[in-house]
Design a protein around this ligand. Structure first.
Ligand SMILES: Nc1ncnc2c1ncn2[C@@H]1O[C@H](COP(=O)(O)OP(=O)(O)OP(=O)(O)O)[C@@H](O)[C@H]1O
Ligand SMILES: [Mg+2]
Length: 266
């Protein structure tokens, strides 16, 4: 079953075609790798899915079903066209993301960082704010959920530390914890191990695999460290100069001559 479908997606920055006619599917419950040389359009692609960059052309469909399913099938569900939807709406539908550069609030605590994106902060409504009984329960629930997600990435014991006091790997995990607050079905991660020591990088991927096992979250992960990525992903898409160059299992991609040429310089 396909959770996300990209159809002929394109992004032009003036005369530069950063993403050129890319179509692919992300099946539900899988960990998918997105690789390619620098500047090949990977981040731009993820930005379009997350709604932080508008697509020039093409379509992004979310939460769809296998087209062979008939409408009479109970599981049939209309895919939502999320192309160029505002990013907060996309987050609410169940797509969360991490950034290539950690976008944390370093002067805030670990706990406050995960509480920031909470979906409906009812207490922030000026008419509701003075009436504590209306928002106390919601605040309570958010705090409980925040503790849960910190536990999920094994950061709970650091909850009252400043984000700036975390290690590079812990910062990446905090970003993932924050994304989990939205109860995502799909998590987009842009280089989740960038700047992290190799053994910790491996730990981050172990946590990712655990989140897929325990919560059924689907992942699309951009990563340059292929030796780690390939141990965890089910399937890989390769981009080059804005195009989809190849796709396959990690073994197939490692053996693909064209990929080796453009990516590894063989
Ligand atoms: N906001 C922007 N304005 C203009 N050009 C952009 C913008 N963002 C990206 N580009 C260009 O689009 C192309 C694709 O960039 P993108 O960041 O998507 O690549 P990437 O595959 O993520 O690279 P890296 O591996 O270095 O992160 C590059 O040529 C880049 O310079
Ligand atoms: Mg990038």
């Amino acid at each position: 079953m396909s959770l996300l479908q990209l159809q002929h997606l394109r992004k032009d920055y003036g005369g530069l075609r950063a993403v050129d006619d890319v179509s692919f599917d992300i099946p539900e419950g899988k960990i998918i790798g997105l690789i390619g040389p620098n500047g090949s359009g990977k981040s731009t692609l993820i930005n379009m899915i997350a709604g932080t960059t508008d697509a020039t052309a093409g379509k992004i469909l979310f939460d769809g079903v296998d087209p062979t399913h008939m409408p009479s099938n109970k599981n049939f569900q209309q895919a939502v066209d999320i192309t160029n939807m505002p990013s907060n709406k996309i987050f609410q539908l169940g797509i969360a993301r991490g950034y290539q550069d950690p976008s944390l609030y370093f002067k805030m605590t670990v706990l406050d960082n995960v509480l920031l994106p909470v979906k409906e902060q009812i207490g922030e409504n000026p008419f509701v704010a003075p009436l504590k009984r209306l928002w106390r329960q919601a605040e309570h629930d958010h705090a409980r959920r925040a503790r849960e997600v910190l536990e999920q990435v094994q950061l709970l014991s650091h909850y009252d530390k400043l984000a700036s006091d975390l290690s590079g790997g812990q910062m990446k995990l905090l970003e993932i914890a924050r994304a989990l607050m939205g109860d995502p079905k799909l998590l987009l991660l842009d280089e989740p191990t960038a700047g992290v020591a190799p053994n910790l990088a491996y730990d981050i991927f172990k946590q990712i695999a655990r989140l897929r096992e325990d919560y059924g979250i689907t992942f699309l992960i951009i990563e340059h460290r292929l030796e780690i990525l390939f141990d965890f992903v089910d399937y890989v898409y390769v981009m080059h100069l804005g195009n989809l160059l190849a796709e396959g299992t990690p073994d197939e991609i490692s053996a693909n001559e064209t990929v080796r040429e453009v990516y590894f310089g063989d």
